[in-house]
Design a protein. Structure first.
Length: 284
């Protein structure tokens, strides 16, 4: 029962964090995202540290023994900064286009991971290539087709960064870095980079720390990350966790139409369901 509750909670948190980020993209400076995301993730890690003390000790030893892996984890933090800012820029214009970064990124990542040694079945290959084809169709026929050149560049940038981040995660976790250490290092670097780049932007910091949309977005983002990693390590298989998060796609696409008037509800629902159906063979 508890395992099923965690999956349901992850489903709801995933929707909540995407919706709150959308609200922030419309109402707040896009540069607030790296600030509130890093602060709330680190606060969540600090609050749960007693429960994961063995992971912290293990991670500290790993970082000392593998400085190259530590540098790669730090590099993830730098890429996260760019991802979050560009994501907010695209999401302000189109929630569905931002959410449709995932199908193309997952398709490309599956192919790239195959070259890194991951074995894919024939069905998984078909799924990966199908996701790339579906994303291409969305580029020319979906809401992305209504956007300007700048937004399309943002879309391509997010796909590229998402693939790099996914490859980094694959390498770091397969080499022995635990999820707790990876989250901590990458988000410490994310926060430090925000401090360096925004140290004279008092208004940005004030908004990121105290504006209600920023607080809600940071809180739900951090909760989503912690609930996701906690259960896929100790309770639920990774397949179930990834499938639950992927199943939010039709809901998000439908909300984009109903709340933010991105095309019609029927069309957006079709795009969301197609993405889910084509993606599922990769995880099942």
């Amino acid at each position: 029962m508890f395992a099923h509750f965690l999956l349901l909670l992850l489903f709801l948190l995933t929707i909540a964090h995407l919706v709150t980020l959308k609200i922030c993209s419309v109402r707040l400076d896009h540069r607030t995202a790296p600030v509130f995301v890093s602060l709330w993730v680190l606060a969540g890690l600090a609050a749960t540290a007693p429960a994961f003390m063995p992971l912290w000790a293990e991670g500290y030893a790993f970082l000392l023994a593998h400085p190259v892996m530590a540098a790669l984890a730090a590099g993830k933090g730098v890429m996260l900064y760019v991802l979050l800012v560009v994501s907010q820029q695209l999401m302000q214009i189109s929630l569905s286009s931002r959410h449709y970064v995932t199908p193309l990124a997952v398709g490309i990542l599956s192919v790239s991971n195959a070259f890194l040694g991951e074995q894919l079945s024939a069905g998984q290959w078909a799924s990966a290539l199908g996701l790339c084809a579906l994303a291409a169709a969305f580029f020319f026929k979906g809401h992305l087709a209504d956007l300007d050149r700048r937004s399309r560049i943002h879309y391509a940038t997010l796909v590229g960064i998402s693939v790099l981040l996914g490859s980094l995660d694959h390498v770091l976790l397969s080499k022995g870095m635990n999820w707790c250490t990876l989250l901590a290092v990458s988000h410490i670097v994310l926060l430090l980079l925000a401090i360096v780049l925004l140290h004279r932007q008092a208004a940005v910091w004030k908004t990121a720390l105290f504006a209600l949309p920023a607080v809600l977005a940071g809180l739900t983002y951090a909760a989503t990350e912690l609930v996701k990693f906690y259960q896929q390590v100790t309770i639920n298989p990774v397949t179930a966790v990834v499938t639950v998060q992927a199943s939010t796609k039709p809901v998000i696409m439908l909300l984009a139409a109903l709340v933010w008037k991105e095309r019609t509800a029927r069309e957006q629902l079709v795009w969301g369901v197609l993405a889910l159906l084509v993606m599922l063979p990769l995880f099942l």
